[in-house]
Design a binder for this molecule. Structure first.
Ligand code: S3P
Length: 173
């Protein structure tokens, strides 16, 4: 199977599902936020605060471009990755794009006690999450080869559906 790029809103389940898929497929997993934080020697929140969001977005694009010459893996993308056309093109060049979705109230439940996402600090409410999700939805949907709703499902069920849909798209496993 080609590299799987998991995209979707913050709290959609990208990290947990990527880890489980990587175990099942015996492929390495790359958590983009973590990789960028390691490269920069500071947390994502600190990168936003000290170097600005634009700098973080250019780190994301550089990292995505590096996957075209890496072995197939499972990539957990930051929630903002599909907002740039060039990021979508880079993902499509080297793999299959899997969109994970969830209802705003489910997202809020998953992110409410976490403080590592600068875009949600001070905005942990359904109205804000629903509005940002709606604003991003066209780009998420346009980027996706496969879409799986994670709202009322276990990680195992989500992985099964991702792999079933990937197989339907002719991806050998
Ligand atoms: C962001 C999502 C975060 C992280 C950064 C910005 C976004 O990643 O990249 O805080 O713009 O949606 P997760 O989706 O892994 O939380």
């Amino acid at each position: 199977m080609d590299t799987l790029f998991l995209i979707g809103f913050m709290g959609a389940g990208k990290t947990s599902v990527s880890r489980a898929l990587s175990r099942q497929l015996g492929r390495p997993v790359v958590e983009m936020d973590q990789r960028i934080a390691e490269q920069e020697g500071m947390s994502v929140s600190d990168i936003f605060a000290r170097k600005g969001e634009g700098y973080f977005r250019s780190c994301e694009t550089a990292l995505l471009n590096s996957f075209s010459h890496s072995e197939p893996c499972v990539v957990s993308c930051g929630g903002g990755v599909p907002m740039r056309e060039e990021n979508v093109a880079a993902m499509r060049r080297s793999g299959l794009v899997v969109l994970l979705t969830a209802r705003p109230e489910v997202i809020l439940r998953r992110v409410k006690d976490d403080h590592s996402r600068p875009l949600l600090e001070g905005h942990k409410d359904i109205a804000y999450i629903a509005a940002l999700m709606e604003q991003r939805r066209p780009k998420y949907e346009a980027a996706a080869d496969i879409t799986v709703d994670t709202s009322d499902r276990t990680i195992a069920e989500i992985c099964r559906e991702v792999l079933q849909q990937a197989a339907l798209r002719g991806q050998p496993q």
